[in-house]
Each structure stands twice: as C-alpha cells, then as structure tokens.
Ligand binder design. Structure first.
Ligand SMILES: *[C@@H]1O[C@H](CO)[C@@H](O)[C@H](O)[C@H]1NC(C)=O
Ligand SMILES: *[C@@H]1O[C@H](CO)[C@@H](O)[C@H](O)[C@H]1NC(C)=O
Ligand SMILES: *[C@@H]1O[C@H](CO)[C@@H](O)[C@H](O)[C@H]1NC(C)=O
Ligand SMILES: *[C@@H]1O[C@H](CO)[C@@H](O)[C@H](O)[C@H]1NC(C)=O
Ligand SMILES: *[C@@H]1O[C@H](CO)[C@@H](O)[C@H](O)[C@H]1NC(C)=O
Ligand SMILES: *[C@@H]1O[C@H](CO)[C@@H](O)[C@H](O)[C@H]1NC(C)=O
Length: 699
C-alpha cells in the first residue's frame, strides 16, 4: 500500500525527498484527497487556484479532469480534518459552530454609523471548502429575472444568463427527493425537473422535520404570500421549504470538499495545499503565450506563506491564476498584488501594477435581524436539549440533520402594497443623484457602475422577485434560549453599497471592510416593512398557535420610528457579501469581463461571489457552484478543446415573470419628494407615505 502510494506520488512531479516518514493514515489521506501534507509541491502548474473554498475546489476538480492539465490549489485555512464533526453534522452549523474559531477569518466591519455605530462581525470560512464548510447549508437559487439582469449588464453576458447558469447549477447537484413522511411533515413542494441528478453536491431536505415547520407555507398563504411549487426553476419567490446541501445517504453536510474532492481517486495532476495564504501575484510584462505588444500583465508566479513572518514561497504559473478567495479574499489578493484603485494602493504602500478603480467597490451584502417569540411547542433546540447523544425516538443522525430551511421571499407588493409599490419605486428612482454621491470612491467609473446596478435593482422591484427574505428559525435564540422561535427578515437587494480596501500590503492583515449598511434609507424602509411582515406572520394562524409571547423587539416597538431605531442597533450580516470584483464593463468600474478575466491582466480570472454585479434574492452557494461549473467550461474550452456547452433550451417561465414596469401614475404626494432633499429627510417622507399607504392594504 505504502509503496504504491509513493510511486503514484512521484508522478506528480516531485523529485524531492520526503522530509519525514509518513504514517499510513497520512498517506491514505494524501492518496484519497489529493491534499498535500508535507508542503512539497511542483515548481510550476498550468493553473494555480488561489483559494480552496466553495468555488475553488469545484474548479480544481473540473480542471483536473483533463489529465494533461496540472492544477494547484492554495488554501489559507487548514483541512478541517480536526473538526470533522462540526463540519459534517448539519445541525452542528448551529450547535457546534465554527464561526469565531480559527476556521473563521473573523473579519470585522469598520463602525457603521447607520447601524448604531457598531463594528460588526463578518464570518467567512477559513478551511478547505471555505464558507460551504461552515454555513447554514441553504441551497436557494436566484430567479431567472435576476440572473438575466446580471447578464444584461455585460457584453457577452449570454454566458451568464439563466439559460446558461441554470444547467450549470443543475450540473453541480444530485437531488434526492424527501421521503413521503418528511414531505408531509414539512408541506414540501418541489419539481425534480428543476434539479440535477448526477452532480457532486448532494441536495435534499433534512431527515427530521420539527412539526411547526409544517405550518410555515400555510401561514404565509394566509397573509397573501403564495406557496412556491418549484423554487429552483427560475421563480424562487413566495413561500417554500428550501433544499439544503445535505447528503441523505448518511445525513451529512455536502460541501465543496466532500462533494468535489473527497470522492475523487488520486489524481497525479492535482495538488491541494492547505495553510497557505496567497500573499500576492507576481507579474512579468512579457506575454509568453501571445507574444505581441500586449500591454496586459502576465501573472508568472503566485507568492504564498504559512504565517505572517514565515518564509515566502513562490510557484510558477504556466497558464493562468484563478482567484477564488470569495467576496473578501479575492479583492484582497488583487489589491495586495497592486491591482486596484490608485488612491488605495498608494496609501497602503503597494506599487500600482494595474489601475482598476472597481476592485473592492460595489460591495453588497444581505442584512438581517429577527422577531423572537417564546414558543409553546417544541423547537429543534428544545428537542435536542443541549445533548447530541440523548435524542428523541433514537433518531440521532436524521434528527441532527435538521437545519432551518423554511423560507419566503416577499416582493415589493407584499411589502408596500399594490398602490404604493410603484410610487415607492418612483421615489427611490429620484434619489439616484444623491445616492451615487455616497459611493466611497473618487472615480467616476465606479459611480457609473453604481448607476447601472441601481437601475437593475430598481427594475427588479417591479417584478415578483423577493425584496426581503423571511426565515423561520427553530435552533434557539440568544434572547429566548432553546424554547424560543424567531422569524428573521433579510434585505435582498440593497441600494447601500460599500467597499473593501487595504491599509497594509500584507494579506495577513485583514482588509478594511465598510459595507456602509443602511446609508440608503430605502434599505431601512424595506427591512422595516419586512420585520412588520415577520411580526404579522407570528400573529397569524396556524403558526401563531405555537408562539406565546413576543420577546424581541417586544410591544414597545410599534411605530415606524420605533422599528427604524431598533433595527439600526440590531441588524447584522446574513453572511452573503458579494459584488466586490464586479463583472461589469471596465468603464463602469468593472473588475472582470464576461469570461471572468481581470481587466489589464493577461491570465488572471476571478470566479466566486465577488463577480456578481448585483445581489440576488438567494443564498449564494447555489449560484456560486453554477458559476464555478461555467468558469470551468470557459477555461477548458480555451485550453483543452472541450467545447463550451451551448446553453440548453429551458422552458421559458410563465407570463407573470416579465420585467414590464408598472405604469401606475404616482399620487400627488410623491411629487413632494424632491431629489434636492437630504437622503435622511427623504426617507422620513417615504416613511410617512408608507405608513399612510398601509392603512389601505389588504395583505
Ligand atoms: C496546518 O497548520 C496547523 C497548525 O499549525 C497544523 O496543525 C496542521 O496539521 C496543518 N495542516 C496541514 C495540512 O499541513
Ligand atoms: C400545523 O399546526 C397544527 C397546530 O399547531 C399542528 O397540529 C400540525 O401538525 C401542524 N402541521 C401541519 C403540516 O399542518
Ligand atoms: C457520507 O457518505 C458519503 C457517500 O455518499 C461519503 O463520501 C462520506 O464520507 C460520508 N460521510 C461520513 C461522515 O461518513
Ligand atoms: C407579488 O406577489 C403577489 C402575489 O403573488 C402578486 O400578486 C404581485 O403581482 C407580485 N408583485 C409584483 C410587483 O410582481
Ligand atoms: C488585454 O486584455 C483585455 C481583456 O482584459 C483584452 O480585451 C485585450 O485584448 C488585451 N490586450 C491585448 C493587446 O492582448
Ligand atoms: C488535453 O487533453 C484534451 C482531452 O482531454 C485534449 O483535447 C487537448 O488537446 C489536450 N491539450 C493539450 C494542451 O495537450
């Protein structure tokens, strides 16, 4: 066994002696997972993937399918083998979370003036598998309307329209239907046609459903938000029980490592190196692959290190560097490599290699908070009773696969009403001149990018696409303990954009993260109306039968003003940062083109949630897997003669999904909302109008 492994290994271009004798376990790991445990790698690879997270490992598996292509993955975090139980058991996302541990980057935002002057935690997975190893497992796809909106923002955008992304999201998954019991217990609806059946990521529903989940979609229907028969086929709005990244063969988490890497046989052309933080890309001006007078720089090496003061190592790049560090890590690596806004790079003491004002800009996140009740029925937390061994009905493993997945996406009518929705949208439209001035960039192209994203976001408000996500949380709350139930509300399409930048050239120093939460007051209004819907849900049968008393924010929060003050001090991230290396034209502050190539660089792509130019009403891992699959298609078609699959023909969604703008004429009072008014005052006017409009609402 041992000698076999060693022989195979020597094929992976290692002529170096092993520094120490490996035990069988280590060799077995090495053999099975292509993970390098001795730090020894080859001098050069065709592709160096910077970041072994959700997208990075998916790409590594796909690119190394071509046996004549060598692939190295550099991951800053450890393998995760030491915390397997926390990763693998779905419920442990809540009960034994890795957030706050050494497997979390533990980023913090800078003080957020509109969110109670707080510095807020921004957890991101620092482990093989990235955030897919530590997240809440939701597999919720964006809608066709949103994906097509993204595609419309970039030349050659057809690579990313729904007809392209949908088959790639399907390609990434194998869906398993719930059992009849689980389906009935959760009132679950799905259409297998919208799912994949042979992809690496296993998706399904938990093996145990807390009974109150079965009341979710009915209660939403009772307040006018219909059930969604198929949330995965391009119309992911309304109420549904989401699919999760669960492997139902043993009720474990399916994440990018367990899905794409662990099942692989040993591949001599794939090496995965953990504990390796990319410090920068090194460029050579000579373009060895298309020797022309190309002004674009070629990344010839990637530099990395295990610790801030440890030795730096380099690896040579034969073809490309693919940056997959996520919405924080990817712009961070580019900035440290001298690719970004000149003002930021100069202030940080980094030599400017490519002036690209959009790096770290257009940063968008979902923010959320919750209404909490004392529960009169069992919750997942109360059933578990703090124990992982003493479980009801002996259902240890299926029970611990329970994770929250009851969700609903409320559209602008649900939030603002048929009459006021269009007026409200018109009011937001009038705020653009002021809103673009709040964009933290001195570069006009970044502001032009904001204009484009703003318009796309506004157009989506006129459609059934969700503006606020509502989530049923049964895993215990900080204020109410195990015997409490929360309904969370999360803003999906923010008008507030922030940025991320560096103050130091070292990627071991965290970047400065300023999401500028709630700077555009449309976000305050939307989230507040979402929270009101959350409260209303909790007060509506059949769900209300399980909820005894609201404990947070409680009866003292009644008026719009009360809500706004309270939510400013309560919101936090829904862990969905994106858009920080936006796929937009360069003149709109874009960072990558439709082929994911970084402007000004000859052989560097970014392929993760940082390239989405707009936020989606979705959880990000499902579209990120689809993006990684399509990125692999694009790259393999360029280098390995694997033709780009043509977008499969997908049945067009029903007529209700057109982007047609609503044409209702705004009532008189909207004309009182001038654009010269300060944004703060502007929103107070809106708030007044919303409050008025709500008296005529039937929800
Ligand atoms: C990564 O570093 C940690 C801490 O030094 C160590 O325990 C672990 O074995 C390393 N992992 C690998 C794959 O080398
Ligand atoms: C809904 O709620 C009722 C009463 O709280 C409960 O008996 C029932 O089992 C729940 N589930 C479904 C699927 O209706
Ligand atoms: C769960 O099953 C998959 C096969 O479907 C396997 O690869 C994985 O190792 C199993 N996980 C655990 C923790 O047993
Ligand atoms: C929001 O959903 C409701 C209920 O399905 C629907 O009647 C309404 O037209 C939708 N709103 C928009 C703006 O599409
Ligand atoms: C430089 O790269 C851009 C894409 O980033 C590409 O459009 C352009 O053709 C390249 N220039 C040359 C001379 O190769
Ligand atoms: C690599 O292998 C693929 C088939 O997997 C082949 O089509 C391609 O021509 C090869 N590329 C090179 C550079 O040898």
């Amino acid at each position: 066994m041992r000698s076999l492994v060693l022989t195979t290994l020597s094929l992976s271009a290692l002529s170096l002696a092993f520094p120490h004798e490996y035990d069988d376990h280590e060799l077995n790991q090495l053999h099975k997972r292509n993970i390098i445990y001795n730090g020894q790698i080859a001098e050069a690879y065709d592709f160096v993937i910077a970041g072994g997270g959700t997208a990075g490992l998916a790409l590594a598996a796909r690119l190394s399918e071509d046996t004549n292509t060598t692939v190295l993955v550099l991951e800053a975090g450890d393998t995760g083998d030491a915390v397997k139980n926390s990763v693998d058991v779905p419920g442990n996302a809540y009960y034994s979370s890795l957030l706050g541990s050494s497997y979390d980057w533990k980023y913090m935002t800078v003080q957020q003036p509109n969110a109670g002057n707080r510095e807020l935690p921004w957890a991101r997975g620092k482990i093989l598998g990235g955030s897919s190893a530590v997240n809440g497992l939701y597999m919720v796809r964006p809608s066709k309307l949103e994906v097509d909106s993204w595609a419309s923002l970039i030349p050659k955008g057809d690579l990313w329209n729904w007809n392209s992304l949908f088959p790639n999201m399907k390609k990434s998954e194998t869906f398993t239907k719930p059992s009849a019991e689980i389906q009935a217990a959760g009132a679950i609806q799905y259409d297998p046609q919208s799912h994949g059946s042979s992809g690496p990521v296993k998706t399904s529903y938990p093996g145990y459903i807390v009974p109150v989940v079965g009341n979710w979609t009915q209660t939403l229907e009772d307040i006018g938000i219909p059930r969604t028969p198929d949330a995965n086929g391009g119309e992911s709005w309304g109420a549904f029980i989401a699919t999760s990244a669960i492997n139902p063969s043993n009720w474990t988490r399916s994440y990018s490592r367990s899905a794409y890497i662990d099942p692989l046989p040993f591949r001599a052309n794939l090496d995965i190196l953990a504990n390796s933080t990319v410090t920068r890309l090194l460029f050579s001006p000579i373009n060895s692959f298309a020797p022309t007078t190309a002004p674009n720089l070629t990344a010839s090496q990637v530099e990395f290190a295990s610790t801030a003061d440890g030795p730096k190592r380099t690896v040579n790049v034969r073809k490309e560097v693919i940056i997959t560090g996520g919405a924080v890590g990817s712009p961070h690596m580019l900035l440290a490599s001298g690719v970004g806004p000149r003002d930021v790079l100069e202030a940080a003491g980094v030599q400017v290699n490519v002036e690209l004002p959009g790096v770290g800009q257009h940063l968008q996140d979902h923010i959320s908070t919750e209404v909490v009740w004392k529960a009169s029925t069992d919750t997942a937390a109360s059933l578990r009773g703090g124990s992982v061994t003493d479980l009801p009905n002996g259902q240890s493993s299926p029970f611990l696969s329970f994770i929250n997945s009851a969700t609903a996406y409320a559209n602008s009518t649900d939030l603002f009403g048929f009459d006021f929705g269009p007026v409200y949208r018109k009011n937001i439209e009038g705020s653009l001149a002021e809103a673009r001035n709040m964009i933290p960039s001195q570069y006009e192209e970044v502001k032009k990018g904001y204009d484009a994203i703003f318009k796309a976001t506004l157009d989506l408000m006129a459609t059934p696409v969700g503006q606020v996500e509502l989530l049923l949380s049964l895993t215990g709350t900080a204020v109410g303990g195990d015997q409490s139930i929360a309904i969370q509300a999360a803003l999906q399409h923010p008008f507030s954009h922030g940025r991320l930048y560096i103050k130091s050239p070292s990627t071991f120093d965290p970047p400065v993260i300023d999401p500028q939460y709630l700077t555009h007051n449309a976000d305050v209004v939307s989230l507040r109306e979402g929270l009101k819907l959350a409260r209303k849900l909790g007060e509506t049968a059949p769900l209300s039968a399980s909820l005894v008393q609201e404990i947070s924010p409680g009866p003292n929060v009644k008026t719009d003003d009360d809500w706004d003050k309270w939510l400013a001090g309560a919101i936090g991230t829904e862990y969905h940062p994106s858009c920080s290396c936006a796929m937009l034209p360069q003149e709109l502050g874009g960072v990558v083109d439709a082929e994911l190539k970084v402007y000004g660089l000859d052989n560097v792509r970014v392929a993760d949630a940082s390239v989405f130019p707009i936020q989606f009403a979705a959880h990000l891992q499902a579209p990120v897997y689809g993006l990684a699959e399509q990125a692999a298609n694009i790259i393999r078609s360029k280098y390995n003669g694997v033709p780009l699959p043509s977008a499969t023909t997908v049945a067009p969604p029903s007529a209700t999904t057109t982007l047609a703008a609503q044409t209702s004429t705004p009532p008189e009072k909207s004309s009182a909302v001038g654009t010269s008014m300060g944004i703060q005052q502007w929103y107070l006017v809106i708030a007044g109008v919303v409050a008025g409009a709500f008296s005529v609402l039937v929800l």
